[in-house]
Design a protein around this ligand. Structure first.
Ligand code: GDP
Ligand code: MG
Length: 160
């Protein structure tokens, strides 16, 4: 039993999900949060936040050489974003699936981008692309004490 418990605990990951300024302006905050809540993942951190330019640049540092980088930074800092840390087994890849392809016209119906967006430069939501980036981004966007350690009482109804 203990080995089984250990194996399932080891698969618990954290990911950074962010509702971008277009999602906030369009009133999609509740809709997007619901997708993750209804899936059964655990919310560990949540805030509405006006992102400074330097943080947007650091978050997207791997895209610095892209031609759209200045536009991207302007987009992300153009209004408040909703920052979230979510936890669950296999959540990094699962959240990417829930979010859908970067280009919303290529994103499958049923995904957040597939259902709610049409352009890559207004694709309403961000999700970390690896476990390593999940940890990096949660630490980048949340200060010590902003994440909540809590027991989600329905966990036994979601995880064996
Ligand atoms: P993601 O992980 O699916 O969000 O995609 P990427 O990490 O490749 O890119 C980060 C974000 O940059 C995307 O979500 C888009 O908002 C934006 N982006 C990516 N490619 C383009 C592009 O070709 N044009 C524009 N305007 N924005 C882009
Ligand atoms: Mg990415």
């Amino acid at each position: 039993f203990l080995t089984h418990l250990k194996a399932s605990m080891e698969d618990v990951q954290q990911t950074y999900i962010m509702i971008k300024p277009d999602g906030v302006q369009r009133g999609l905050v509740g809709e997007i949060i619901s997708r993750f809540e209804h899936k059964g993942f655990t919310l560990k951190g949540l805030k509405l936040f006006q992102c400074p330019t330097e943080l947007a640049e650091e978050h997207y540092r791997d895209l610095k050489s892209k031609s759209f980088f200045p536009k991207l930074v302007k987009y992300i800092t153009s209004g408040p974003v909703v920052c979230m840390a979510w936890e669950g087994p296999g959540i990094v890849a699962a959240a990417r699936k829930l979010i859908g392809a970067t280009n919303p016209l290529q994103a499958e119906p049923g995904t957040i981008r597939g259902d709610l967006a049409i352009q890559v430069g207004r694709n309403v939501v961000h999700g970390s692309d690896s476990q390593e980036n999940g940890q990096r981004e949660v630490a980048l966007w949340f200060k010590d004490g902003e994440l909540c350690e809590w027991t989600q009482e329905i966990t036994p109804w979601l995880r064996e």
